[in-house]
Design a protein around this ligand. Structure first.
Ligand code: ADP
Length: 162
């Protein structure tokens, strides 16, 4: 059983994340999307909202599971008997941080391999942060996030107009 962890904040999940997960389905028997608890002090979507959204958008993929974690990622991976951590790489700027994390995680748990997947070209500039910024400034994010995410973001704006 090849099980991988795909960790992140996913605030919100974007089509870039989903592309990594979709391609990862060919590499692994099971992928656990692991949402980091308390990653950001002021997230757009609270923890439960993020989980709910992710569960909904991956509901057609039986090999994908959604879970939460806090503390050391390698400890969580070990607790799930996962041999791999999947990370997406967009620009060179991602590389340095990701390399540091991967090497530290290898030092902490040499049996766990970090697997990097290159972002798909159309999403290679896409980040959750940029999606939020563009949306708050009333720009279109159609095609960059699942329609459920767009809908939930619109609901947020209605509740809290800027
Ligand atoms: P984190 O807070 O750990 O950076 P994110 O939710 O931003 O978590 O991202 C989780 C993972 O998905 C990271 O490995 C990140 O590099 C990757 N990722 C984010 N956006 C994209 C994208 N557009 N294409 C490919 N990978 C992405």
């Amino acid at each position: 059983m090849r099980r991988a962890i795909y960790p992140g904040s996913f605030d919100p999940i974007t089509n870039g994340h989903l592309d990594i997960i979709d391609r990862g389905r060919r590499l692994f028997d099971e992928i656990i999307i692991a949402v980091l608890v308390n990653a950001e002090k002021k997230p757009l979507f609270n923890f439960d909202e993020r989980i709910e959204i992710i569960k909904e958008v991956v509901s057609n993929w039986p090999e994908v599971r959604v879970d939460t974690f806090n503390g050391l990622l390698v400890n969580y991976a070990q607790s799930q008997q996962a041999g791999c951590i999947v990370r997406g790489i967009r620009a060179i700027s991602d590389y340095e941080y990701e390399l540091q994390m991967a090497l530290m995680n290898r030092r902490l748990a040499p049996e766990i391999e970090t697997v990097f997947m290159m972002a798909a070209e159309p999403y290679s500039y896409l980040s959750s942060r940029l999606v939020k910024e563009v949306f708050m400034l009333k720009g279109s994010i159609t095609g960059l996030v699942p329609s459920l995410v767009e809908q939930k973001m619109k609901e947020k704006l209605e509740v809290k107009p800027s």
